[in-house]
Design a protein around this ligand. Sequence first.
Ligand code: ZN
Length: 415
Amino acid sequence: MTAAKKTVPALEVNRERLWARHMAMARIGAIEGDGSCRLAMTAEDAEARALLAGWCRDAGLELHVDRAGNMFAVRAGSDPARKAVACGSHLDTQPHGGRFDGVSGVLAGLEVIETLAEAEIATAAPVAVVNWTNEEGVRYAPGLLGSAWYSGLIGDDDLSNLRASDGTSFDEEARHRGWLGETSVKFPVEAFLELHIEQGPILEREARQVGIVTSVQGLTWLDVRVLGTDAHAGTTPLDHRQDALLAAARMLEALNEAGRDHSSAARVSVGRLRTATDGPSTIVGEANFVIDIRHPDPSTLAELGTRCAEICQSVGSRSGCRTSVTQRISVPPTKFDRRCIEALEAGAVRRKYSYRQIPSGALHDASNVARVVPTAMVFVPCRGGISHNVAEYASPEDLAAGTNVLLDAVVQLAS
Ligand SMILES: [Zn+2]
């Protein structure tokens, strides 16, 4: 709360400029229904990068491009010993992507820097806007590529060996497009802030202008195998069956209920169900599915995993089937940096925005960067919670509010 009382000039970002840049960016790779398609390192991505680089050049920023194609455009600080306070996100999109996912975070970072420059406010630390390469992971897997390299999760060799789904080499394509940097040195950053649309319905439903993101929830996948007995649908009486598909259906219902009963933050989902037989007249002897479980708290995530496994076991045995549950992957939750969270929250308080703290349901570049640099995120509401969809929409007012919060946090952290 002391931070909120600190005197900071009442700066405002330029809402019209911020919005106009969103619309200009959306014209690159525009698709029907107001969407954008700019897959990483395609001609469209290169054009979007060039547009950003041009704006950065006009603003007098110095551009650095690294080995992974990540762009850092920097406004110098007054203290040569300081690393940069960076903000940004990604310019690449899903094949049927919208105009805001990722784009808003990059343009908000540039808007913060230009607002500081116009007000002639010097910061001790340099301030940088970042465009992370291939966040979406459509052609090149994994997603969050640039931030994964930056945080050391993958190395130079992984980039050298990386091929697109159509066989294209990442290095060759990045070089051909003009966005393969020379340096493997990670651009020095002392704090990272990412503005992003929420991609969920909570802020809009609660009429909040911004969300201060405290964590990215963890994820566990459980493989469930249900074994019954293949049988004839005409000759086997209903009470003589070990029907693995019916057992799986009961499990799905019970798992959904367990998630609902647990807490509003719990996510329990099944997106894939496969049966060993696929015939209309065969009682299914084997069914397999994956439970996707998410929660921001690590011990609760583990507890939910145990609960889901118990449910499958008990429903399986009541249905006359044998059930095995094995954990495939578990990604721990990311807790964001307290000082970065407080800097963002102080801005929301000072400007009297309606806000709440919120965990992120989706992974972002910030999840990777948080491993090596103090990091936090700010969310802006998006209409209907719709994202990865051409209909994605965030209002100019909400984008400006989120960017003002980012501005205040940058001023505080870079001072
Ligand atoms: Zn995104």
